[in-house]
Design a protein around this ligand. Structure first.
Ligand code: 13P
Length: 252
């Protein structure tokens, strides 16, 4: 019922030429992948979006942005409008990545507004949540993740929540080479799906994709992606190399 989503978050990496090169390689390498149950998404920096979109126009690979503002226009120097992203045909937008929570002070409150703006513009938000190492070591991971999910998303109607993709990204596993074990990841995904079930209903909860992110790589992707509540991956480092990204796509 749920589609697998394999999304590569390039973060603040790659020059324009490198980005075009990587997108072209991925495009050719997945051309024979006829698995209609996988959505492949590339999330480069903003300045690559139009060029890569052009390059991917005869491909089923979708594009996403790494963030957006909560207003459609106005005097917000340096920000990116969700309406402008939708206008050029971008499908996904990451909201609430831990790096933005940490370095840009994004709170659940502001993220809830960004979620609204994304949905109003027809973008699919990929809403990230995850605990820090300190929070896990102090057994706070369920509380923290519940709070991030409730405060960021639970104001949405049932129709709206169905348009959201969630991504569990334990902060201690991002870029560190430490992956959550499949048991740890599955436990958190199933916990969040239960929250969705309680707030909405079973059918809605079962229809929502929950991705895992944090040092996902070809060596661990198969095990993680075979867990019943893990519906794909949000991949950082391993998405910067065509071979490893495509290997992950092929492990679904
Ligand atoms: P890594 O795969 O590099 O750990 O990054 C994960 C991530 O933050 C994806 O958004």
């Amino acid at each position: 019922m749920r589609k697998y989503i394999i999304a590569g978050n390039w973060k603040m990496n790659l020059t324009l030429e490198e980005g075009y090169g990587l997108a072209s390689e991925i495009k050719w390498m997945v051309a024979d992948e006829v698995n209609n149950n996988i959505e492949i998404v590339i999330i480069p920096s903003y300045i690559h979006l139009s060029g890569i979109q052009n390059l991917l126009k005869d491909s089923s690979i979708k594009l996403g942005a790494q963030n957006c503002h909560h207003k459609n226009s106005g005097a917000y120097t340096g920000e990116i409008s969700p309406a402008a992203l939708a206008n050029i045909g971008i499908k996904y937008v990451i909201i609430g990545h831990s790096e933005r929570r940490q370095y840009n002070g994004e709170t659940n409150e502001i993220l809830a507004e960004k979620i609204n703006a994304a949905i109003e513009n027809g973008l699919t938000p990929i809403y990230c949540f995850g605990e820090t190492l300190w929070e896990r070591e102090n057994n706070l991971e369920l509380t923290i993740n519940e709070c991030q999910v409730r405060e960021g998303l639970f104001h949405l109607t049932e129709d709206q929540i169905k348009k959201v993709v969630l991504a569990y990204e334990p902060v201690w596993a991002i870029g560190t080479g430490k992956t959550a074990t499949s048991a740890q990841a599955q436990q958190m995904h199933s916990f969040v799906r239960e929250l969705l079930k309680e707030k909405y209903n079973k059918e809605t909860a079962e229809s929502i994709s929950i991705l895992y992110g944090g040092s996902m790589k070809p060596e661990n992707a198969k095990e993680l992606l075979s867990c019943p509540d893990i519906d794909g991956g949000l991949i950082g480092g391993a998405a910067l190399e065509s071979r490893s990204f495509v290997e992950i796509v092929k492990s679904v």
